[in-house]
Write a protein that binds this ligand. Structure first.
Ligand code: GCU
Length: 669
């Protein structure tokens, strides 16, 4: 199969189809909505391509699968949940959705089963874990992308929406194929002139490109818009003129885009202005927008990423990690029903490993969603292969022990741990910061789209096993050759631990250069400045003391979890330095001293990364030459860069601790 990076995992390469021979070649679409028609056409295209025989689509009122057809239909009743049922018999196949989007997800599921050579399900029911399954893109209207690593924006160019939206439409198709139902197209640090009437007309074209795929357009807005766009004297969320301005602006947006998903808001954070300027609370700002959006069924994703980036590093009580709970927990219960607090998975900022944000456990009467980052900002920027679902799964499975109950993050963000008063789950869900670009394969590294695919799968069902997720992606992207799949699956499944191993040890974060591009080692860049990513590497020892005696951050967790991390007897090695300040010769649970463990881990992980190339070489001739060469180049780069990382970190630890490497490697290379 020739390289077609733009298709991502929707390559529809031929499969050996004996078991699919009895699939009827007639596809019947009973509904007449745009999404249903698109689904029918997608099924025709995919099956024809994979099975090498023609399929046809027709409209019809056939209700059952009996008539020798594949019938796509809508079920009679619906609670609004994206749920589908696939049933098959000798007579045919029925794909029934409770929503039109779910009909499409059923179609993609059937295509995927064929693509990975699994049997057509005789009866299968699937439903989405939660309503919010969005991709956020940090694109600026000038065409650049904040933390984007694969070329310029597919949406914007020179201050406008692109004339040609072919890529945007193709992207919506990819998102829909893994159940993603919303796409916020612009940077959370939003352009200040975003909401002009001229731009709104342009956004309508973007929404048109997404609509066939059931993907809703969403926008990041800056709270100062009433001033910057509206010319008002204030943006105080309680000012009647401001309230009226937003209401009119939202009405204008919905006149142009009737199915707009809603707004994402970054406020009072990293230089963005916010309600604090007027002594108002996040709830005041969020609810003001939510009330303008509610009549149109829009939502507000208000970001929990609010912190002071001018902290005093000399103050042992100062701690950026505390900011989420400190800024939001007091407003629990005050947010309107269509506000969702969007919380980054960890308390700092997408490091190679952080503990789970305590804010997930602190809001019991507020809708929440988890923000994950497919863009590998601190994790190798799509020049290193790092399969992040391994990390996300660890986060989602973490039991917060809120109210001393089993409350894993996945059940909190899907609204089940703290349901609504009537018992229904709270609306919540999953957001991926993805940042695709104009490069043909969207994310640069041929392995990187596995992160977006994995995000979609976990957002749909956070219990889906990692091994199944990666194997699905690999087969669809690289073919069904067992040798190829075995090698790629194993490389991807181990890649997060390998990256963590040669970058950020024991919960220190990624020791990357935090002041610039967030790429490559820059160890002390995190220390002694206002950004608060300190790890306090001193003569006597290392790590942030976040116990009760230190910043008190640990006390923000529910009691059982706080105790687990607070006690050195139970605190896991991989998070030790996030919570505790310990001497370099401190003995870990593994039996090694901290310093020797750091030396050893960095050598072992860099060695592991150095072997990717040799493993990849065993696939020569089994994958297309173009992608083979691309991956070879990137693996060679990663191998070298892993050594740079290893030596930078080990040398730094050697210098500061004055303790020699028992194996005699450090300082002698
Ligand atoms: C990180 C990232 C910024 C981004 C911010 C956010 O700090 O480096 O580019 O704006 O997160 O999530 O708002």
């Amino acid at each position: 199969v020739a390289e077609d990076g733009s298709a991502a995992w929707l390559r529809y390469a031929p499969v050996s189809g004996a078991q699919y021979q009895r699939l009827p070649s007639k596809i019947v679409v009973t509904g007449d909505s745009l999404v249903e028609k698109t689904a029918g056409e997608e099924l025709r295209r995919g099956l024809s391509s994979m099975l090498g025989r023609p399929f046809t689509v027709s409209a019809g009122a056939v209700g059952r699968a009996s008539g020798g057809a594949i019938v796509i239909s809508r079920s009679a009743s619906s609670d609004g949940v994206d749920r589908y049922r696939i049933t098959s018999s000798s007579g045919g196949v029925s794909i029934e959705g409770d929503t039109v989007q779910a009909e499409m997800y059923g179609v993609f599921h059937l295509l995927e089963e064929v693509g990975i050579e699994r049997a057509i399900p005789s009866r299968e029911v699937q439903s989405a874990s939660s309503p919010i399954r969005w991709s956020d893109e940090w694109d600026n209207m000038n065409g650049t992308i904040e933390r984007g690593y694969a070329g310029p924006s597919i949406f914007f160019e020179s201050g406008h929406v692109r004339a040609d939206l072919t890529k945007a439409a193709a992207y919506a198709r990819i998102l829909a194929s893994v159940g993603i139902n919303g796409c916020n197209v612009n940077n959370v640090n939003a352009d200040l002139d975003l909401l002009t009437t001229e731009h709104i007309r342009e956004f309508a074209r973007l929404a048109d490109a997404f609509r066939p795929w059931g993907v809703k357009l969403a926008l990041s807005v800056d709270l100062t818009a009433p001033q910057t766009v509206g010319g008002l004297a204030t943006f105080d969320p309680l000012d009647p003129l401001v309230i009226a301005w937003w209401k009119a602006k939202v009405d204008e947006l919905y006149a142009a885009i009737p199915d707009l998903g809603g707004f994402t808001v970054k406020a009072d954070s990293e230089g963005r202005k916010g309600p604090s300027q007027y002594g108002r609370a996040p709830a005041d700002a969020a609810n003001m927008l939510a009330r303008a959006l509610a009549p149109h069924h829009g939502v507000v994703l208000y970001r929990g990423f609010v912190y002071n980036n001018h902290l005093d590093w000399r103050d042992p009580k100062a701690d950026r990690a505390r900011a989420g709970v400190d800024n939001f927990s007091k407003f629990d219960g005050q947010f309107d029903g269509n506000v969702i607090i969007q919380i980054k998975e960890g308390p700092i900022d997408f490091q190679a490993r952080e503990p789970v944000s305590p804010l997930f456990a602190a809001l019991h009467h507020t809708n929440v969603a988890i923000e994950l980052q497919t863009a590998q900002e601190y994790t190798g920027q799509q020049r290193h292969m790092v399969w992040l679902p391994s990390m996300w799964k660890w986060v989602l499975d973490t039991d917060m022990r809120a109210d001393d109950r089993h409350t894993p993050v996945k059940e909190i963000v899907t609204g089940r741990s703290f349901p609504l008063a009537d018992g229904r789950p709270r609306p919540g869900g999953f957001i991926s910061v993805t940042n695709v670009g104009m490069e043909e394969n969207w994310l640069h590294h041929p392995m990187a789209m596995a992160n977006l695919y994995g995000f979609g799968k976990l957002a749909w069902n956070p219990d889906e096993p990692l091994a199944e997720i990666i194997d699905g992606w690999t087969r669809l992207t690289w073919g069904n050759d067992p040798k190829v799949d075995g090698v790629i699956d194993a490389l991807q499944l181990g890649s997060w631990q390998v990256y963590e191993g040669y970058t950020g040890p024991n919960g220190m974060g990624t020791l990357t250069n935090i002041l610039g591009y967030h790429f490559g080692p820059g160890i002390e860049s995190a220390e002694r400045n206002g950004w608060g990513q300190w790890f306090r590497g001193e003569k006597d020892g290392i790590g942030m003391d976040r116990t009760a005696a230190g910043s008190g951050y640990l006390q923000q967790y529910p009691k059982a979890l706080a105790e687990h991390y607070e006690s050195l007897a139970t605190c896991p090695d991989e998070l030790l330095l996030f919570f505790h300040h310990v001497p370099y010769d401190y003995r870990l649970h593994s039996g090694k001293t901290l310093i020797q463990s750091i030396y050893d881990t960095h050598y072992a992980a860099a060695r592991e990364a150095g072997m990717y190339g040799a493993r990849w070489d065993t696939l020569k001739g089994r994958v297309d030459d173009e992608r083979f060469a691309q991956v070879s180049r990137l693996f060679a780069f990663q191998a070298g860069h892993a050594i740079v990382w290893r030596d930078a970190i080990d040398d730094w630890f050697h210098r500061i601790s004055g303790i020699a490497d028992a194996a005699g490697r450090v300082g002698h290379h």
